[in-house]
Design a protein around this ligand. Sequence first.
Ligand SMILES: [Zn+2]
Length: 137
Amino acid sequence: MGAYLSVPTWWQRLDSRYRLVLGRCTECGAHTFPADGPCVECAAVDAFEEVEPEGTGEIVAHTVIENGAPPEFAGLLDAEGAIGAVLVELDEGARVPAMLTDCDPHEHGRGDRVEAVVRRIYEGEGVVRYGAKFRPL
Ligand SMILES: [Zn+2]
């Protein structure tokens, strides 16, 4: 088992992120996602500069959602059959919740290398939302 992946928390955090932006601590150089709150390494507060990561990393937690998704994701589930919900540890060190794409989510999991790509996340209230998903390398 990897880190425990709480699906409700994962959804909640995913929903608030459009771009993949990390906070780099100006005190110690560590990367944190999302870029708010204290630094994960040295606990410095409000000491982040925003940086875009390379987008490559490794899956550290993984689950497959086949039903029970929030309503705005129902169409996505219908279209894709299943959603790979992952926590990716980027090469910069920050951990990011995201969806898998361009693969069968049952066939990929912890330890696999992935890269970020921008994909449609879902459509709600007439707005198509895009965000970073990860595909296997
Ligand atoms: Zn720090």
